[in-house]
Design a protein around this ligand. Structure first.
Ligand SMILES: Nc1ncnc2c1ncn2[C@@H]1O[C@H](COP(=O)(O)OP(=O)(O)OP(=O)(O)O)[C@@H](O)[C@H]1O
Ligand SMILES: [Mg+2]
Length: 493
């Protein structure tokens, strides 16, 4: 909701230029009309290049001769009466020195003649000359109540037209409202219609579409990617302690207001050996909580926008906040933040600073899941208490977890687990990572296929036998990691 009080305050504090970045011009204009109803009376004008200048407060027809930007600005400059001038889509003309100069002179003369310029455009970047005269009015989005209102309207409308009520599952409706937060009025309405009109019902399936559409609307830009494929906790064997931790926090995370005295969950760091299932677990958090999964890619951040990395990080974080509740996944976080890679105050140092500030200050329901496997490259600042709610260590799977991993991957490939000797497989896979076990299943299927036989325990054992597991290849690294983790982390399993 556009806040009329903010606007009043700005007008009272005599700001010469008010900038409103929004695609919802009509709603912005409504706000100015409401200003008059509220009794804050000043002559109120609007301008666009097609309509010219016209009064918003009284009906007096437009002045087409003032359609050109320099003409309307000359007219305002010449007028000595106080007034509010709402200029729509002036932004392309801000490239022209003459236009910028005129705006500047009007602003500088504000103390003598209080003419307030209001610039409304979807996106505006102000030239240096006028920036310090301007204040940006944040155009906030509809809140939960307004979304609810909107939903009710649309439900009524559909009912009226189709002579039957909209079906819906209560949980899906709650989720739908959650995910429409952060969108404009018009976009939210459109997505509600999409959800209802295909089948007259609001269902779980609609939520996924809404999440994706929202991400596109927010202009996801490559630094942040929307991952449509999440995982379920059931796809992940073991990690019982972490799963328990997550299930304890699910409800609080998903509720709009955390119960008194409880801090909303903010994030976890998953540390562990290669192929232990860190990335899989990160995806499963989003799946388990049924919220969008957004992945922040540091490599793109550095490559694509060299020199603008911090700004892009800030924008990506902002997008994530508008997608809340959501999971923000940063895979291999140490790669993007390694301080030794630059030394001193290189971009990665500044990126780390931006990220740390965001982590400690944010209020929105963005749950950060970061993964890492190289502790040496992890900046110590990141590990300090209070950054993450918990740091989980994902070790190589023990016998029980390996059993689970075999079962999951055999079933995924349509094998009947009952036909296999799981105990023997567990024995032969000591020291293997989840990824290696999965690989053994895949290769064994090929061997069986090549000889025209059904997959059997023997094929799997043979594959395991010829693989040198991670625990052997990287023995030293793993024991160093374990020693380090035992002091600082909680075992995930
Ligand atoms: N606990 C597990 N349960 C089921 N599958 C697993 C498990 N651990 C690993 N896997 C399988 O191994 C694959 C690779 O794991 P994943 O990519 O999540 O590991 P990682 O820890 O992120 O490794 P890396 O450090 O190399 O990025 C997963 O997609 C999954 O199929
Ligand atoms: Mg990974």
């Amino acid at each position: 909701m556009l806040d009329i009080n903010d606007l009043k305050l700005m007008l009272k504090s005599r700001v010469p230029i008010i900038v409103m970045e929004t695609r919802e011009e009509l709603r912005a204009l409504e706000l100015f009309k409401r200003l008059m109803d509220d009794g804050l009376y000043q002559p109120l004008f609007a301008w666009s290049v097609t309509e010219g200048l016209y009064r918003l407060d009284i009906d007096s027809g437009s002045q087409r001769h003032n359609a050109q930007p320099q003409d309307v600005l000359a007219h305002i400059k010449a007028s000595t009466l106080a007034g509010i001038y709402v200029l729509m889509d002036m932004h392309p003309y801000l490239e022209e020195p003459l236009i910028v100069r005129m705006i500047r002179e009007i602003a500088q003369d504000y103390d003598r003649h209080a003419r307030t310029l209001v610039l409304i455009s979807p996106k505006i970047s102000l030239p240096e000359e006028i920036r310090h005269h301007a204040v940006f009015l944040e155009v906030s989005m509809p809140d939960r109540n307004m979304i609810k209102q909107l939903l009710l309207e649309e439900v009524e409308e559909w009912k009226h037209r189709n002579r039957q009520p909209v079906k819906g599952d209560a949980h899906a409706i709650e989720l739908l409202m959650d995910h429409l937060l952060g969108l404009s009025y018009a976009d939210a309405r459109r997505l509600i219609r999409n959800a209802i009109y295909d089948d007259g019902a609001i269902k779980q399936e609609d939520i996924k579409e809404v999440m994706e559409a929202k991400y596109r609307l927010l202009g996801g830009d490559g630094v942040l990617s929307y991952e449509a494929e999440t995982a379920h906790l059931a796809d992940v064997a073991g990690l019982e302690r972490m799963k328990h931790w997550l299930s304890q926090r699910k409800k609080v995370f998903l509720s709009a207001e955390a119960p008194e005295g409880l801090d909303p969950p903010r994030g976890v760091l998953l540390l562990g050996v290669q192929g232990a299932g860190k990335s899989l677990a990160a995806k499963a958090v989003a799946g388990a909580w049924n919220v969008p999964l957004l992945r922040l890619d540091f490599a793109t951040l550095y490559n694509k926008y060299y020199g603008e990395t911090e700004r892009n990080l800030r924008e990506a974080l902002k997008t994530a906040e508008s997608m809340s509740p959501c999971v923000l996944w940063i895979d291999e976080i140490e790669k993007g933040l390694a301080t030794d890679q630059e030394g001193g105050a290189g971009p990665s140092k500044r990126i780390l600073g931006t990220l740390l500030t965001w982590m400690s200050e944010r209020r929105s329901r963005v749950f950060l899941v970061a993964t890492a496997n190289d502790i040496e490259a992890l900046p110590p600042e990141l590990m300090r208490k209070g950054r993450f709610d918990e740091i989980f260590f994902i070790d190589l799977p023990d016998a029980n977890v390996r059993k689970g991993i075999f079962a999951i991957h055999l079933e995924k490939r349509r094998q009947d687990v009952a036909n296999f000797d799981l105990a023997a497989l567990v024995n032969s896979s000591e020291g293997f990572s989840g990824a290696e076990i999965e690989q053994a299943v895949v290769s064994a299927l090929y061997s069986a296929h090549a000889t025209g036989t059904e997959l059997a325990t023997q094929h799997l054992i043979e594959e395991l036998r010829i693989t040198r597991p991670l625990s052997v290849v990287m023995a030293e690294k793993i024991s160093a990691l374990r020693a380090w983790a035992s002091q600082r982390t909680v075992p995930a399993n």
